[in-house]
Design a protein around this ligand. Structure first.
Ligand code: GLC
Ligand code: CA
Length: 558
């Protein structure tokens, strides 16, 4: 497999609503992002992935698009967008747009037309089933609670919505839908954007006949009937052939429920589909079979096995995305390490892992500061449609406030959506007025201004990580060996590329652990590249709580 710019890049994800407000309305906007480009440049990232900024009624914060070729007025204008793109390009950074084409908003012109009558030319842009109010087409549950079908009385039909009822699924079987998607892609690529993050990409093709899941009571997530469906590869190849292949862009598909075998079908060399996926196996270690709210303790050894399996399975035949957080996930520190006593060490530990594996690392805004989850006591402080629907659904079923909030505190999406913590000033430097969602009170202690001053901060450490990736090709392209797969506390792995060796030793526990030395490496010849503790002790001494060390060794040239 060849070298590519997108393999060597580090991506930074921006959730525009919460990044930087510039016009005093408490909502982040494009002009606000523009004022922070130097911050991003200094961080060292190569690519920005911008969550949706298109015109939208914002039932799902922009993932419900009303017009794919307009900018949401709250975020600014197309001129602001052009300035942002130019600002990124002139600083040597690229821009990925979020392509949300599994569904549109119910306010999109196509859906409004589709609602008019069964023979409207746009009716077939969506997915319909005949029926009556008293009988749902099947037992599929929406990801945002309740049935995945909504009845339209004057048509005598249900439409499918895997997400909110204001997000009707598009009918990809209709060639006109596929042409419309290509047209959207051409529009943005024509403007000079550098690629797409493809929202719920493996949902485009649904199984024929919309069968119910057998043997269950009530509604269930019917993943196998609409993820990795029968025509998905055809559709992606067509999009690649007709549009994506004509640009040197980058594509990353969001794909829950994929194995490495399935991932190779999407990303393999010569498959001509997309460059890489966001797989979710490691994000599922702390949930039971029902859904993400089904909380279970996670198992560190299992987690490592998943990470390592993806490393070795795709080496030489696919490409990984490396991430632990995004706008849909809780903050990772409390989840995978420690967000209290060892918060700083944990943030550096997890960052070390995502930047020293094979794949493209993704940093979600605030991760580079070690931001943590939020706990609002009242549900009225929450904004996320998924969280609010869950609360209504479970309350109606008699589940206690306390029990629901435990789920929300652990997995709710607003954990990641509180405003960016730029400084300790009022409203955290995000805005000068009350923001659309409250700040996490931790901004007084955790913020970019304070970390800029502190050379031992998470922010400075992330800059170092990104710099090292650029300097050492073994960090990008080296192969991967898990040295201690069964170890209950340490993750130890080795990477090799043409005589260069990297050894990464991570103590995931909040207590000391023994050092470990791989047999084929020589402490007298290796160099400690990086550690998340001050370098005042023996590099081969015992590991301190949540300690990370990265060693590098180059074979003498023959
Ligand atoms: C993806 C997005 C999420 C959104 C959903 C529906 O999972 O990341 O934020 O709610 O798709 O578009
Ligand atoms: Ca604003």
């Amino acid at each position: 497999m060849g070298k590519n710019w997108w393999k060597e890049s580090v991506v930074y994800q921006i959730y525009p609503r919460s990044f930087q407000d510039s016009n005093h309305d408490g909502i982040g906007d494009l002009a606000g992002i523009l004022t922070r480009l130097d911050y991003l440049k200094k961080l060292g990232i190569d690519v920005v992935w911008l969550c949706p900024v298109y015109d939208s009624p914002n039932v799902d914060n922009g993932y419900d698009i009303r017009d794919y070729k307009e900018i949401l007025d709250t975020f600014g204008t197309m001129e602001d967008f052009d300035r942002l793109l130019e600002g990124l390009h002139s600083r040597g950074m690229k821009l990925l747009m979020d392509l949300v084409v599994n569904h549109t908003s119910d306010q999109h012109e196509w859906f409004q037309q589709a609602l008019q009558s069964r023979d409207n030319p746009y009716h077939d842009y969506y997915i319909w089933q005949d029926g009556t109010t008293d009988k749902l087409p099947n037992n599929w549950e929406s990801h945002f609670s309740g049935s995945a079908w909504e009845y339209v009385p004057h048509l005598g039909q249900y439409y499918l919505h895997i997400f909110a009822k204001q997000q009707p699924d598009l009918n990809w079987k209709n060639p006109k839908v596929r042409e419309a998607v290509k047209d959207i892609c051409r529009f943005w690529l024509g403007k000079g954007v550098d690629g797409f993050r493809m929202d719920t990409m493996n949902f485009y093709s649904k199984v024929d006949g919309f069968p119910s899941v057998e043997g269950v009571e009530g509604l269930v997530r019917a993943h196998r009937f609409y993820q990795n469906g029968p025509h998905i590869h055809e559709y992606l190849k067509e999009l690649h052939r007709d549009v994506l292949s004509l640009y040197n862009g980058m594509t990353v598909g969001e794909t829950p429920n994929v194995t490495p075998e399935i991932a190779k079908l999407y990303t393999g060399d010569g498959r001509d589909e997309v460059n890489m996926l966001f797989q979710f196996e490691h994000m599922s270690v702390d949930s039971g079979p029902k859904d993400k709210w089904d909380l279970i303790p996670w198992d560190f050894v299992k987690f490592k096995k998943i990470m390592s399996k993806w490393q070795t399975s795709l080496h030489g035949c696919g490409w990984n995305s490396l991430y632990l957080s995004n706008h849909d996930q809780p903050r990772p520190l409390g989840r995978f390490a420690d967000d209290s006593v060892y918060r700083v060490e944990s943030a550096k530990l997890l960052g070390t892992m995502t930047h020293t594996m094979e794949g493209t690392p993704y940093i979600y805004q605030g991760e580079e500061l070690g931001m943590v989850n939020v706990r609002f006591s009242d549900i009225s402080n929450y904004r996320d449609v998924q969280t609010l629907n869950l609360y209504a659904d479970l309350s109606a079923k008699g589940v206690s406030h306390r029990e629901i909030m435990r789920k929300v505190y652990t997995k709710g999406r607003d954990n990641a959506r509180t405003p960016m913590q730029w400084s300790g000033e009022r409203y955290g430097g995000f805005s000068d007025t009350e923001p659309w969602i409250e700040l996490n009170p931790s901004y007084l202690e955790i913020n970019a201004a304070q970390q800029e001053e502190d050379p031992n901060s998470v922010l400075h450490y992330y800059r170092k990580l990104i710099r090292l990736r650029r300097q050492y090709p073994v960090m990008v392209y080296g192969d991967f060996v898990d040295c201690l797969p069964e170890d209950p506390a340490r993750y130890a792995y080795r990477r090799t590329l043409e005589g260069e060796k990297l050894f990464v030793l991570l103590n995931f526990k909040d207590r000391p652990a023994d050092f470990y030395q791989p047999e084929d490496m020589d402490p007298s010849r290796w160099q400690l590249l990086l550690s998340n503790y001050p370098a005042d002790s023996d590099p081969c001494g015992p590991l301190r709580p949540c300690e990370a060390r990265v060693f590098y060794q180059k074979e003498a040239s023959l």
